[in-house]
Design a protein. Structure first.
Length: 485
C-alpha cells in the first residue's frame, strides 16, 4: 500500500465500495481531462465517518490533459486543503451542486478558471473534482473545443447525478480511452452531430466518401464494413444508438476499427452518446500474426512428436527381427530414449508457450518405465519440478529417463523394491535426487571409465546442455544419483 493509500485509509470515511467507485472514475480520468482541456484533481473529504463534518480534503489523484498545456508544474497528490480555504470545493461537497461560472484567478503567471463537480455515489457526495483551465485559451474556442466542452459538461453532470462512470465499464481491461484517434458525437437517434478531424479521416480510410454529420452512424458502418465479416449480436444501428455502453469492432479491406460507445444521460433520460474511434489495424494484425506463429510452433511440435513416434516404431520393429540379444537391447534402449523426447514435444504441442509443466512429463516417463519393469516396485516422489523452458525440458527428460531405468535395470533388477525421486527448486536452481535400495554401485566404480552408455549420456547432457553436475554415491543401504543444475 502506498503512502497516499495509507493517508486515505487513516483520515477519510471512504468505504471499500467508495474506493472502488473512485477507482472506476480514475480509469476515465484521461478522457475527462482531455475533454475539459483542464487539469483535474480529485479531493476526498477528511473525516472519521459520514456523520462527521469534514475539516478539509486530501488530493487523491491528479491528471493533466493531452489536449492543452498543464496549469500545474508539480503534482498535488497528497496535498491537504483545509475546510474554508476553497469555497467552491466546500459548496460542491455540502450542496452536491456543480460550481461553474466563477471568475478566473491568477496562479503564478497563469490566469486559471476553476470549476468543481461533486462525485455522487450511493446517495452521498464522496469526493469533489476540481477542474483548472487556462482562461486565456478559452476566449476564442474552435468548433472542436466547443463540442468537447459541451460533452465534458454532460459527463460532469452525470458524475454529479451518480450515473457516471458507468458501472463495470467494458473498456477498462483493455485500455483507457483518449481522444487522439477520433471522437464522434451522436444525438438521441444515433445521428452524427459532430465528428473530429481524426474521426472523419478514419471513416474516409474505411471507404466513406461523404460528410459524417447528418448521417446515422450505424447505417454508415453497415455500408462500409466488409461483406461476410463476423456478424454482431445486434445491428449496428442498435449498437450505436447510445442506449448502452458498448464496444465493438468492424472490419473491411481498409482496416479494423474499434468503436467505444458511451451514453450521455441527463435526468435519467438518454440525450445521445459519444463514440471514441480507434484504428486498431496494426494491433490486430500483430495479434493475428502471433496467434498464427503460436499455432505454427504447436503444429511443428506435434509433427516432431509424430515423427519421433514413427522412428520409435521402426526401431521397435527392427529389434524384433534382431536375434542378437545385445543388439536387441540396444535398440530397445534407443526406443525408450526417443519416446522420452517425444513426450516433451507432445506436451509442447498442447501448450501456448515454449514452456513445459515437467511434472506431467515426469509422470509419463515413470509410467512407461514401471510398465517395463518385471518386478513390483514401490515408487514415491517428493517435491515438484514445476515449469521449465523447452530447451531445459528435453535434456532433463532424457537424464531422468536414464537415471530411472538405470536404477530399475541395474540397482533393483534382483535386489530391492523402492525407488524415490526428490525434487528441490530454489530460485533458478534445481536438485533432483533418484534414490533406490538396490544392489548398489560396483566396487571401484569410476564414472569416466564406465562402459554404461546410459550413464555417459547422463553425464554429457548434464554438463553440456543443463550446465550442471551429476554425482553417484552410496549412503548405507541406499544408492543416490544427485543431479544439480
Amino acid at each position: 500500500m502506498s503512502a497516499i493509500d495509507d493517508l486515505i485509509t487513516a483520515q477519510t470515511a471512504l468505504t471499500e465500495r467508495d474506493r472502488e467507485r473512485l477507482a472506476e472514475l480514475m480509469a476515465d480520468w484521461p478522457l475527462l481531462a482531455d475533454l475539459s482541456f483542464a487539469d483535474l484533481i480529485l479531493w476526498v473529504p477528511k473525516r472519521r465517518d459520514y456523520q462527521s463534518w469534514p475539516d478539509g480534503y486530501i488530493a487523491m489523484a491528479h491528471i493533466r490533459p493531452t489536449t492543452s498545456a498543464t496549469v500545474f508544474a508539480h503534482d498535488v497528490i497528497g496535498d491537504v486543503l483545509q475546510w474554508g480555504h476553497n469555497s467552491r470545493i466546500d459548496h460542491a461537497l455540502s450542496k452536491g451542486e456543480i460550481v461553474r461560472d466563477t471568475e478566473p484567478e491568477l496562479v503564478g503567471e497563469i490566469l486559471v478558471k476553476e470549476e468543481t463537480v461533486p462525485v455522487l455515489f450511493d446517495g452521498r457526495v464522496i469526493a469533489v473534482i476540481s477542474r483548472h483551465r487556462n482562461a486565456e485559451q478559452m476566449r476564442s474556442p474552435s468548433r472542436l473545443e466547443l463540442n468537447y466542452r459541451e460533452i465534458a459538461h454532460n459527463i460532469y453532470r452525470m458524475v454529479a447525478e451518480g450515473t457516471f462512470p458507468i458501472h463495470n465499464s467494458i473498456y477498462r481491461a483493455e485500455s483507457a480511452p483518449r481522444l487522439g484517434d477520433g471522437l464522434i458525437r451522436l444525438d438521441a437517434q444515433g445521428v452524427v452531430t459532430y465528428a473530429s478531424p481524426n474521426a472523419r479521416s478514419a471513416f474516409n480510410r474505411a471507404g466513406w466518401d461523404q460528410e459524417l454529420e447528418g448521417h446515422n452512424l450505424g447505417e454508415m458502418i453497415e455500408s462500409v464494413r466488409r461483406t461476410g465479416s463476423a456478424p454482431t449480436e445486434e445491428s449496428w444501428q442498435t449498437i450505436t444508438s447510445g442506449k448502452y455502453l458498448r464496444r465493438e469492432e468492424f472490419e473491411n479491406e481498409s482496416g479494423i476499427f474499434d468503436l467505444l460507445v458511451i451514453p450521455l444521460i441527463q435526468d435519467a433520460v438518454g440525450i445521445g452518446a459519444i463514440v471514441l474511434l480507434h484504428n486498431v489495424t496494426e494491433l490486430r494484425r500483430r495479434d493475428r500474426a502471433l496467434l498464427s506463429k503460436d499455432a505454427t510452433i504447436r503444429e511443428i511440435h506435434h509433427r516432431v512428436k509424430n515423427n519421433l513416434q514413427t522412428v520409435s516404431a521402426l526401431l521397435r520393429l527392427q529389434s524384433r527381427r534382431v536375434e542378437d540379444p545385445i543388439a536387441s537391447q540396444a535398440l530397445a534402449e534407443a526406443v525408450r530414449r526417443v519416446a522420452s523426447i517425444a513426450i516433451v514435444h507432445e506436451t509442447l504441442s498442447a501448450s501456448s508457450t515454449e514452456t513445459v509443466n515437467f511434472d506431467e512429463v515426469y509422470d509419463r516417463i515413470v509410467h512407461n518405465a514401471i510398465e517395463l519393469s518385471t518386478r513390483p516396485i514401490q515408487l514415491s516422489k517428493e517435491g515438484l519440478f514445476g515449469i521449465f523452458d523447452s530447451q531445459v525440458a528435453t535434456p532433463l527428460a532424457l537424464v531422468i529417463t536414464e537415471l530411472i531405468h538405470n536404477a530399475l535395470e541395474h540397482g533393483l533388477e534382483n535386489h530391492g523394491d523402492q525407488l524415490r525421486v526428490e525434487v528441490v527448486r530454489s530460485g533458478n536452481g534445481c536438485t533432483v535426487t533418484v534414490i533406490d535400495n538396490g544392489i548398489g554401485l560396483p566396487a571401484g566404480f569410476d564414472w569416466d571409465k564406465s562402459s554404461n552408455l546410459g550413464l555417459q549420456i547422463v553425464k554429457t547432457l548434464t554438463e553440456n546442455e543443463l550446465k550442471g553436475k551429476i554425482e553417484l554415491r552410496r549412503e548405507g543401504e541406499l544408492t543416490k544419483a544427485v543431479l544439480t543444475f
